[in-house]
Design a protein around this ligand. Structure first.
Ligand SMILES: [Zn+2]
Length: 299
């Protein structure tokens, strides 16, 4: 039913336009330290950079899960799926006739990622709900979502960006921003220290979009839409207070057919794009369909 056809490799630079705070674990931090440390590598990565140098321990990075999760939640808002989830959960609770549970539980459940297993967001981003998968398999196995099409890898500081940060932060690689909460009546200040990656930092990232079924080419559009939505949202914490604005730059798209991995064909370059504004979704999808030999009408 599903057969692997090939992968679109998306590489990009993700630039922090404002300070970025993608959270690490407070447990690993000394007492009296920061309220909210930034996530960093816990060991050096030997010969990580092309010039053979290591990435030092304590280098901030962006987990792929943060990028993917934010793209997905932005998409679900954008496509109206959050409204649908609210309606669905409300209906289920009403059918069960437990009004006392209604207000407590349904908002919490409805706010989780979609788990229908049938919509395009579930197909591209995946659904971890085993009950859903089993239900669909029982009803109509043809409607199974198949493997999540999109993988998003952790994004690491570029060598140039690492050197700039080492210079401007005296080796710390992050900045400490003090935020103040002032009591409206007593005027007493409650300062809080927030660690951020300084604006201007550039991370190098990679996503892989895999094709399994005819028509998957079209779903690539959802990835670009998610990237656009992320640019007008924020990554990490404190977004409503200015942190986490990011921009995709130097985007490169390559298609690697199954035969490439078998060592009997070359990869195809789809294009290089300075920013998302240069990406024309339908032109790229058309080009991809020409490469994969699956014109739209045949699917
Ligand atoms: Zn869904």
């Amino acid at each position: 039913m599903f057969s692997y056809r090939g992968s679109v490799i998306i590489t990009y630079h993700l630039k922090a336009l404002t300070g970025l705070r993608v959270g690490g674990s407070v447990e690993n931090f000394e007492i009296g330290g920061l309220d909210s440390p930034v996530i960093k590598t816990t060991a050096p990565i030997p010969k990580f950079y092309q010039d053979g140098t290591d990435m030092p321990e304590g280098t901030p990075y962006i987990p792929g899960s943060s990028i993917k999760g934010k793209m997905r939640s932005s998409l679900e808002w954008l496509l109206g799926n959050v409204d649908k989830m609210l309606e669905n959960k409300k209906k289920i609770l009403e059918e069960r006739g437990k009004p006392e549970e209604k207000n407590k539980k349904y908002i919490e459940n409805a706010g989780k990622p979609c788990d229908c297993g049938r919509c395009s967001v579930c197909i591209v981003f995946g659904t971890g709900d085993q009950n859903t998968i089993q239900n669909i398999a029982g009803e109509n196995p043809k409607e199974l979502p198949g493997p999540p099409r999109l993988k998003v890898f952790d994004a690491y500081l570029t060598k140039e960006s690492l050197e700039v940060l080492q210079e401007i932060t005296q080796g710390l690689l992050t900045e400490i921003k003090t935020e103040n909460q002032i009591n409206r009546i007593t005027s007493r200040a409650h300062p809080r220290k927030v660690e951020r990656v300084p604006a201007g930092a550039i991370f190098e990232g990679k996503m892989v979009f895999e094709l399994y079924k005819e028509g998957d080419e079209d779903r690539l559009n959802l990835v670009f839409t998610g990237m656009r939505a992320l640019e007008d949202s924020y990554l990490g914490g404190y977004g409503s207070r200015g942190s986490g604005r990011v921009k995709f730059e130097n985007i490169r798209l390559i298609y690697r057919p199954k035969a490439y991995y078998l060592g009997i064909a070359q990869e195809n370059e789809i294009g290089k794009f300075g920013s998302l504004a240069d990406i024309k979704d339908q032109e790229i999808i058309k080009e991809l369909e020409e490469i994969t030999g699956k014109p739209k009408n045949a699917g």
